[in-house]
Design a protein around this ligand. Structure first.
Ligand SMILES: [Zn+2]
Ligand SMILES: [Zn+2]
Length: 247
């Protein structure tokens, strides 16, 4: 699952993660890269003419779903619970909310710190997929190639979501990244800046950002809040309202 790393203060350094954690991150990054390319190779080897278009469409759908997942997690953490919520509050919810106040703090982290956690999760995902689907021979049969393409798009985008978000906060990006941002093929600085303007209630998707415009336009997040509010009997940003009215 995507975990936005914007939690650390500017005075903390990129070397904050322990040596052991960074070693694990490196293993995750290398393992994720290798297993991702292995799956890509398997897909290419199994593709025939009639499956090229469905596989490409499935890959794009996987990328879009990853963008939606980043949006839902981000929206949930911005809108519900508090930093005191059990299990998720002190780490996940805190990290998203702190990022509104200190958006540049994430730039204090190097790429190993930014990408390590997501890479480990993606590596495990690729291994699980390999065991369940490829091991059963499904990836080279019928719709298996399409499913594998969807999975590749989903997991790869999830793995690099933190990096895409990081790049949306800095002008210091490789040329190809700047090109992709200008075309809005990945999250652009301009688009993400919309979320960073208070009250931070739009533009929740933080990987490619493909879904931000359509979801904001149809009022998706507010409708979701109405639904969750009816189910739970509470309303969004409750603790933040309490902070605002406090003397
Ligand atoms: Zn936010
Ligand atoms: Zn941000």
């Amino acid at each position: 699952m995507v975990h936005l790393r914007g939690t650390k203060t500017a005075s903390q350094s990129a070397s904050e993660s322990s040596v052991g954690a960074r070693a694990l991150y490196r293993v995750g990054i290398v393992g994720c890269l290798i297993s991702g390319f292995v799956l890509l190779g398997r897909i290419i080897a199994a593709l025939d003419f009639w499956r090229v278009l469905p596989a490409a469409a499935a890959l794009i759908a996987g990328v879009a779903l990853a963008d939606l997942i980043t949006g839902v997690v981000h929206w949930a953490c911005d809108s519900w619970g508090s930093e005191k919520t059990r299990w998720l509050g002190s780490n996940l919810i805190y990290s998203f909310r702190e990022h509104h106040h200190k958006p540049k703090a994430m730039l204090d982290h190097d790429w190993v710190d930014v990408n390590g956690g997501a890479a480990i999760a993606a590596f495990l995902g690729f291994l699980g997929f390999d065991y369940l689907i490829v091991g059963a021979g499904l990836a080279s049969a019928g719709s298996g190639v399409v499913i594998a393409s969807f999975f590749l798009g989903l997991v790869t985008t999830s793995a690099i979501a933190n990096q895409l978000h990081y790049w949306a906060h800095t002008r210091d990006v490789p040329r190809v990244v700047a090109f992709l941002q200008r075309r809005e093929l990945i999250l652009s600085r301009t688009q993400h800046a919309g979320h960073h303007r208070a009250p931070h209630m739009r533009g929740y998707c933080i990987s490619t950002g493909w879904l931000n415009r359509p979801l904001d336009a149809i009022g998706f997040w507010r409708a979701l809040e109405v639904g969750v509010g009816r189910l739970t009997g509470t309303h969004p940003r409750k603790d933040q309202e309490a902070h605002r009215v406090a003397p």
